[in-house]
Design a protein around this ligand. Structure first.
Ligand SMILES: Cc1cc2nc3c(=O)[nH]c(=O)nc-3n(C[C@H](O)[C@H](O)[C@H](O)COP(=O)(O)O)c2cc1C
Length: 384
């Protein structure tokens, strides 16, 4: 039996991921920002939330399916965009896309992925694309043309990353951007021979240190190069004007990711986007950000009837997902959970992570007396 199959929950997959990945890379995935208060707040919010079960409900024949954007899906999950998933396993983004396809859910490709959207599209998965607006808007628009040419119709615009967050542990362990080769980093890699042979050496054999596949050729830096060229840096001047411009250019669906204020949700619905993701970026950006679970009820009051509301951040149990769904989310994005699975066992490991969460969600439904995800919304709940 492959080792990841012995993992019974996401935390056990996380432990396996920790043993497979160099410390710098593991911490880049696992940890938060600054004092990691947002990360703790996420855990607290799920632990303190209560859902009161209804009993003596015949919940035989229940299912975890939802209809999202007009399509029936067996699970209320989407694999979230995560930068550099192609460093976790060789071809990591393609493996995640295949796992999503096997589970019947979408995979959202990050602007900062190692593999290009064109190559990932060969997986046959339903792909969404996550956009960081670059300083040079003409380059952003050229990237959008590439994405549309791959048949992608759903664009996630991430709106919570005006600048790079301060992650001091990355600086200390060398897994910063750029990755700075050091003795400490070399020893870190040497302690993880399976990763070094199975991922790093294969990437190097492909043509040297990997880079970000969506950067325009003239600015395509490798992960070890000095910071990104100015035209493709994160832009602190992204505003509602960019959303309006995107609305004019992008014929498909637009989702804004990273909103936490009801006022912003309202503004998003007025800007004509189809959906939002209530998210604090997995506790990785603003350390004082609230947990999505605690703000979701107010956001639903503000825009619930007008647009689709998705949520993410901190989901490690099916019951965590159940709480976000009960609070109004139409579906939940998963960042680290499938990444831990990917590290632990490649595509099969990522599928295992999704299966664990589906099983836990199914048990939550039964124990709460719900036959469907939609019925979760009728439960009495308390979010502190
Ligand atoms: C390693 C890593 C890289 C990420 N990269 C991106 C990214 O490139 N773009 C983006 O919008 N969000 C990114 N995120 C945030 C995720 O899309 C998602 O919001 C978050 O991971 C959800 O929290 P969770 O990991 O607790 O599920 C990243 C998250 C992780 C863990």
């Amino acid at each position: 039996m492959p080792a990841h199959q012995a993992c019974l929950n996401i935390d056990e997959l996380r432990q396996r991921a920790r043993r497979f990945l160099p410390r710098g890379l593991f911490e880049y995935i696992d940890r938060g920002t600054e004092d990691e208060s947002a990360l703790r707040r996420l855990r607290d919010s799920f632990e303190q939330a209560e859902l009161t079960p209804r009993v003596l409900v015949d919940c035989n024949g229940r299912h975890t399916g939802v209809t999202l954007f007009g399509r029936d899906r067996p699970l209320p999950f989407v694999i979230a965009p995560t930068a550099a998933a192609g460093l976790v396993r060789y071809d990591g983004e393609v493996l995640l896309a295949r796992a999503a396809r096997a589970a019947g859910i979408p995979f959202c490709v990050s602007t900062q992925s190692i593999t290009s959207i064109e190559a990932i599209a060969e997986s046959g998965a339903e792909l969404w694309f996550q956009l960081y607006v670059w300083r040079d808007r003409s380059l952003t628009h050229a990237l959008l043309d590439r994405v549309a040419a791959c048949g992608v119709d759903t664009l996630i615009l991430t709106v919570d990353t005006a600048v790079s967050p301060k992650r001091e542990y990355n600086r200390h362990n060398g897994f910063n951007v750029p990755v700075t080769p050091s003795l400490r980093g070399a020893l870190d890699v040497a302690r993880r021979p399976a990763w070094a042979a199975g991922v790093l050496l294969r990437l190097l054999a492909d043509g040297g240190w990997p880079g970000y596949a969506h950067y325009p050729p003239q600015f395509r830096t490798r992960i070890t190069d000095a910071a990104a060229h100015d035209p493709i840096r994160l832009c602190d001047r992204v505003s509602w004007d960019d959303v309006a411009e995107l609305r004019r250019r992008w014929a498909g669906r637009i989702i804004l990711k990273g909103l936490l204020a009801p006022e912003d949700a309202l503004r998003a619905s007025e800007a004509g986007v189809e959906a939002i993701v209530v998210s604090n970026h997995g506790g990785r950006n603003l350390d004082s950000a609230p947990s999505p679970l605690t703000v979701l009820p107010r956001i639903m009051d503000a825009v619930g009837g007008r647009m689709t509301v998705l949520a993410d951040s901190g989901v490690r149990r099916g019951s965590d997902a159940a709480k976000l769904l009960a609070a109004g989310a139409a579906a939940v994005l998963l960042g680290r959970a499938p990444l831990f699975g990917l590290a632990a066992g490649g595509q099969a490991g990522a599928e295992h992570a999704l299966a664990i969460l589906q099983d836990e969600l199914d048990r939550s439904l039964a124990l709460l007396g719900c036959r469907t995800v939609a019925e979760l919304r009728g439960l009495s709940a308390r979010y502190r």
